[in-house]
Unconditional design. Structure first.
Length: 350
């Protein structure tokens, strides 16, 4: 058996506004299915060059989507019984697909069934923005009043550790990705540990500036989709209300379920999809009471009009076409003004 994790995220905002109605997940599944059936290109290339591809595999009782990272370079090798290496037997035009499964639950919660190589949760946000112009803001579902504790915490130390063999910038984003990629070139065994602290010397304003920066880095860390790969993640500081020292274990704060799966099943595309749908529906049922107790209820109905049909190339193509149309109109307007100016000049001369 192999261990997998189910992460839980919540769509807190959509297109910059608080999302007080259900997210239109069924409409999203319908749009993806329609695009797939019509042969519309659904590939999206993110800013860092990662190619993503989504498809809908269920709409009831829960909408379930797959998000694949599409790879055609740096592919792994296979070996025969004697260990002789050879390339993956891919047909021309085939790609390697690394999959993460997303189920849309009540209260705008998303259950994310991960593997070691599939796209992290934030990639779904990138895909929806690039292909459909939707900008969902995802926040992790937490176990207790951790948000309140961290808000009050005057942080003085942030520390994490993970096995060196897991060091990879793919686990994080931004500055943390750079740190982990650099560390992966320094060591490949043992434990990598990093600690950020305010220190004891310096002016009060300097210490506050360092605290603010560490807090920003903690926020980035918490929003990553791969925290469960770490062995140790803590933030320490003084509670601004009570004055007590607090040590917050960020591994325990995230609401994450760990499950055992049959690796042979997940190596079969059809069986893995069926099993993933069953796992995500079971997780939704098992955790409904916790979500009802800890998360706000969402009233009203979803606004399906928010989700347009997919066009080839995604929203980037639409924006480029609109920009080209505006530029063409501007040029036409300039030409018209020039012609009009020429006619006026002739009249004056005459």
């Amino acid at each position: 058996m192999a261990r997998r994790s189910v992460q839980f995220w919540r769509i807190e905002q959509l297109n910059g506004d608080e999302l007080s109605r259900p997210f239109p997940a069924r409409r999203l599944a319908e749009v993806l299915k329609k695009a797939q059936d019509s042969g519309v290109n659904r590939h999206f290339t993110s800013a860092d060059g990662t190619v993503l591809l989504a498809q809908a595999v269920a709409s009831s009782p829960l909408p379930v989507l797959l998000l694949d990272r599409v790879r055609d370079t740096n592919l792994p090798s296979v070996g025969d019984a004697l260990g002789r290496r050879k390339p993956l037997p891919l047909a021309p035009g085939d790609h390697l697909l690394e999959t993460t499964y997303f189920a849309f639950l009540k209260r705008n919660v998303i259950a994310v069934l991960t593997s070691g190589n599939g796209p992290r949760a934030s990639r779904m946000g990138e895909y929806l923005e690039g292909m459909l112009g939707l900008e969902p803001s995802l926040v992790p579902v937490v176990r207790e009043d951790i948000e309140e504790i961290l808000t009050r915490l005057e942080v003085s130390r942030f520390e994490f550790a993970l096995p060196a063999e897991r060091l990879s910038g793919k686990l994080m984003e931004g500055e943390w990705a750079d740190v982990l990629d650099s560390a992966s070139r320094l060591m490949n065994e043992g434990t990598f540990r990093i600690s950020l602290s305010v220190g004891r010397s310096g002016k009060a304003e300097d210490k506050q500036r360092i605290r603010d920066r560490i807090q920003q880095l903690i926020d980035l860390f918490r929003r990553a989709g791969s925290v469960e790969h770490f062995d140790y993640v803590v933030a320490e500081g003084k509670d601004s209300l009570t004055g007590d020292r607090e040590v917050v274990d960020l591994l325990k704060e995230r609401f994450i379920s760990h499950i055992e799966v049959d690796p042979d099943v997940f190596n079969d595309p059809q069986k893995s999809t069926t099993e993933a749908i069953a796992i995500l529906n079971r997780q939704a049922r098992d955790n409904e009471a916790f979500f009802a107790k800890t998360l706000p209820d969402i009233k009203g109905s979803a606004d399906s009009a928010l989700v347009p049909d997919i066009v080839a190339g995604g929203m980037a193509t639409v924006r480029a076409a609109m920009a080209a149309a505006v530029e063409s109109a501007d040029k036409a307007g300039q030409a018209s003004e020039e012609n009009q100016g020429g006619a006026d000049h002739e009249l004056v001369r005459g």
